[in-house]
Design a binder for this molecule. Structure first.
Ligand code: 8YV
Length: 317
């Protein structure tokens, strides 16, 4: 009999799904109507869990899976898994470390350029036939230059460093904040986020959200100021969304590019209605290349754990 895998959200690469199905009996919880009943009746037989970074898995659900040998997160964020609980249980929690760095950094830069050059408004202007109606160049407000901006990076991990590399190529000055200064990073460390915001034209959030919550609040947004842009490709809960909604509505910051939100897929009206905000639906890692690499890492983690080995990408064992 094949080992049983519980999958909490879809994997979008057919070849990865095929490999998973060839090796394991896969139960797609997201397609099961009565999830509680299924877990009660079949939870004990589950050997491995596949979940997304944003979805994670609750402690209550893990308690219903006494035989589980690995939680393979198809993502890098593990803030939605209680790592302390898993560590105490000796349960490996794996992440797809390194697989999505380039794509997330690409989207961060893309969102910043989209926000400061008003790309989405420009697209709508042409698409809606407004250009023909208003051909005079003054019909569209001038935008803000990205090249040479002072970029403040919040979280100088893999993604933060990849963002810095790209921004440097655009002639940007980089400063960063993190829990500590890093010897192997050539950029200026700024201990306080509010000081980083005050000295940045754009703040790019690349930090893990395991403990940080609402760190980008009204004070930070005001320090960023009316010419400043915020980009978030990390986690929505790093931002106080009420404060951000007010800041964009009143023009206290110039704009934002957002891929992640506090309560996905619900996005606050203030952000959806603002022309200053460029929105994405948590798509930073959503390319064929990255999702394939992530899927292969998930498969490897499950195989290693079920073979009795410590999974190479384990964060807890
Ligand atoms: C993924 C993410 O979209 O890596 C993460 O933590 O949130 C995203 O890149 C997600 O994990 C895919 O399920």
């Amino acid at each position: 009999m094949k080992p049983q895998v519980l999958q909490l959200n879809p994997l979008l690469i057919p070849a990865i799904n095929d490999k998973l199905a060839a090796l394991y009996t896969v139960h797609k919880l997201f397609e099961i109507a009565d999830k509680d009943a299924w877990l009660r009746d079949h939870g004990a037989a589950v050997s491995a869990v596949v979940t997304g970074g944003h979805t994670g898995i609750s402690q209550a659900m893990l308690a219903q899976l006494p035989g589980v040998k690995v939680v393979a997160v198809n993502g890098v964020g593990t803030d939605a898994v209680d790592l302390g609980y898993c560590r105490a249980r000796g349960l490996p929690v794996t992440a797809t470390l390194g697989a999505l760095t380039e794509d997330v950094a690409d989207l961060a830069i893309g969102l910043l350029i989209a926000a400061c050059r008003n790309l989405c408004a420009g697209d709508r202007f042409v698409r809606d036939g407004q250009w023909e109606l208003h051909p005079q160049p003054s019909a569209i407000p001038l935008a803000r230059r990205f090249s040479g901006m002072r970029v403040g990076i919040v979280g100088m991990g893999r993604v933060g460093r990849a963002v810095a590399l790209r921004a440097v190529a655009f002639g940007c000055t980089i400063r960063y904040t993190d829990l500590r200064s890093m010897d192997d990073v050539p950029h200026l460390f700024v201990p306080q986020l509010v000081d980083l915001a005050r000295n940045s034209d754009a703040l790019i959030l690349c930090a893990a959200a395991d403990s940080a919550e609402g760190i980008v609040n009204a004070a930070v947004l005001d320090a960023l100021g009316p010419r400043g842009f915020l980009v978030n490709v990390a986690r929505g809960r790093l931002v106080n969304e009420d404060d951000l909604g007010e800041a964009v509505a009143s023009g206290r910051i110039a704009g934002a590019g957002l891929d992640v939100f506090v309560d996905e897929p619900r996005v606050p009206l203030a952000l959806r209605q603002s022309g200053r905000v460029t929105l994405q639906a948590h798509r930073a890692s959503a390319t064929w290349e990255t999702r394939t690499a992530m899927g292969e890492m998930v498969l490897a983690s499950i195989a290693q754990a079920l073979a009795g080995e410590r999974p190479k990408m384990s964060l807890t064992t």
